[in-house]
Design a protein around this ligand. Sequence first.
Ligand SMILES: NC(=O)C1=CN([C@@H]2O[C@H](COP(=O)(O)OP(=O)(O)OC[C@H]3O[C@@H](n4cnc5c(N)ncnc54)[C@H](O)[C@@H]3O)[C@@H](O)[C@H]2O)C=CC1
Ligand SMILES: O=C(O)C(=O)COP(=O)(O)O
Length: 637
Amino acid sequence: MASSSTKPISTPPFTTTISSSSQPSTRSSLLSFLRNTTPTPISLKLSHSRNSFLNSHPSSSRSLSIKNATKTTESAETSRVSKVGGQDADSQETKPTILVSEKLGEAGLELLRSFGDVDCSYDLSQEDLCKKIASCDALIVRSGTKVTRQVFEAAKGRLKVVGRAGVGIDNVDLQAATELGCLVVNAPTANTVAAAEHGIALLAAMTRNVAQADASMKAGKWQRNKYVGVSLVGKTLAVMGFGKVGSEVARRAKGLGMQVIAHDPYAPADRARAIGVELVSFDQAISTADFISLHMPLTPSTEKVFNDDTFAKVKTGVRIINVARGGVIDEDALVRALDSGKVAQAALDVFTEEPPPKDSKLVQHERVTVTPHLGASTKEAQEGVAIEIAEAVVGALQGELAATAVNAPMVPAEVLSELAPYVVLAEKLGRLAVQLVAGGSGIKSAKVVYRSSRDPDDLDTRLLRAMITKGIIEPISDSFINLVNADFTAKQKGLRISEERVVVDTSPEFPIHSIQVQLSDVDSKFGSGVSEGGDISIEGRVKYGKPHLTRVGSFSVDVSLEGNLILCRQVDQPGMIGQVGNILGEQNVNVSFMSVGRTVQRRKAIMAIGVDEEPNQETLKKIGEVQAIEEFVFLKL
Ligand SMILES: NC(=O)C1=CN([C@@H]2O[C@H](COP(=O)(O)OP(=O)(O)OC[C@H]3O[C@@H](n4cnc5c(N)ncnc54)[C@H](O)[C@@H]3O)[C@@H](O)[C@H]2O)C=CC1
Ligand SMILES: O=C(O)C(=O)COP(=O)(O)O
């Protein structure tokens, strides 16, 4: 039962707080970012017909946590890893299965092996990949594996994370991954220098005909006049895509005495200026350059941006280097431009189809230098990439947020550690608010109000918003909801989430003073949860690093958000805490926290009771029968 020790927190006016019990650490809560927990709302008094949205059912028990995942998977290979059946998975030793479908650096493999069962199966056909994937928790790929919708569907919900050991994720169907709640992470930094160096190597090799001259000598020839090259110094290089690789190429090209211009619609001008590069329009870049080096990702908007029209605008005799993706060039158009002399030479590391057909005109072209997608292939880059991706995948399998997530809010580590307790709070508030909704009307809009003393630009709320969305959607959806697909699922369900920032005069040491979740145009099964404005309204704060519920409707309370929660509205009178506490105690339900909030003394009060266990129906019925209690609701956190 509750002890009578008072927690040293400042309570709002008219609020009494009694607490016992240890609280979950923020870290353990953090681990649940990518998990799916499934509360089932139960309410007695004032519980009318359930609205269509809520009616949709309690959510499934799928989870991104390894333990739960093995619980729900039925494949033969899973049972080899763990046969937990219907038992409590916590008591089982389970190891995740990680499929590595392309060669990965040894240091990364070691890290993965220390955590899970690693299956290195290279050169799998799509069919074999689809068969294998149903028994895998993670998949690690490079550019050679196509992770299609078919693969995600074949995973039947078990696959939690796809790790791309490199930058480009054009071989992964991100939309399918997101819809099915599978996190995609990449390793964006470890191969930047390798790719840039390869770009420079191709540039130099192409202009001095190194590959052609080498082949000629090996064929027994000595052709000094045939392989006269062109110089780089003083020439203009256009870097298309001024990101990590592009800017490193630019830096190196400047060292070779080239003039460098760049085109990138999203690159900040000051970064370009800092290394003496002018950002220009696409047309200006291609029409003034002697050399064009491609460094943009392959996306629907960059696919075949180099086509007949583009080649018509380039300087005659231009030389092209592509270490980005083959698909950004229309390869047939490039062959035409080479044949016509519009393009003098090309150096290509990447191709639309890899490997390209043996009779590819482009590969066979005399003025084209080719390498088989070697941009990232240095020992250093491969070790770095392997470690970067192994860490991200292991973290994701443990339920942690990945700083390199491609299809979930990505938050820098320092921001994440500051936001962590608010993230836990955000999900719990969403979860509580939705459990107060009664039947009759679907939830169409939710509003989140963040009160903070920080400048709006200084607070990134994407992660909080996603967690509130997850909290709202999860209890009312039969599909698997996590941080990855929460927004997508909310949109599918027609739920609009708006956000408002209110600047308050509190200590800027803390990023957020309070978070309020309001659900409008819905009926509540707990009338006291409705604010004066008519919305279901729940507000919380982080206190001493822990999430607290501080307001329900227009009642101030103060209860630590852990375990489960009972909210009662009663006539404010002595003995209420004791009566309810006794009922719970008789059933061995431990009270972890208790708080009474009232508007006017001896009139209405709200009692918020944190309970470790879930009271049975009998216990809840007894609480409902206490005379002074007018309504109450049991909520799972
Ligand atoms: N050949 C190889 O082995 C390697 C190839 N790559 C390729 O290089 C690409 C770039 O890598 P990073 O620099 O690390 O990525 P990044 O994300 O740092 O840079 C990409 C840049 O392209 C820009 N961009 C996007 N759309 C554009 C457009 N329409 N026109 C011009 N710029 C546009 C972006 O704003 C961004 O600044 C990757 O997406 C990958 O496809 C990367 C590493 C190795
Ligand atoms: O990182 C990238 O985008 C690359 O293209 C490298 O590809 P790879 O891992 O060598 O197949």
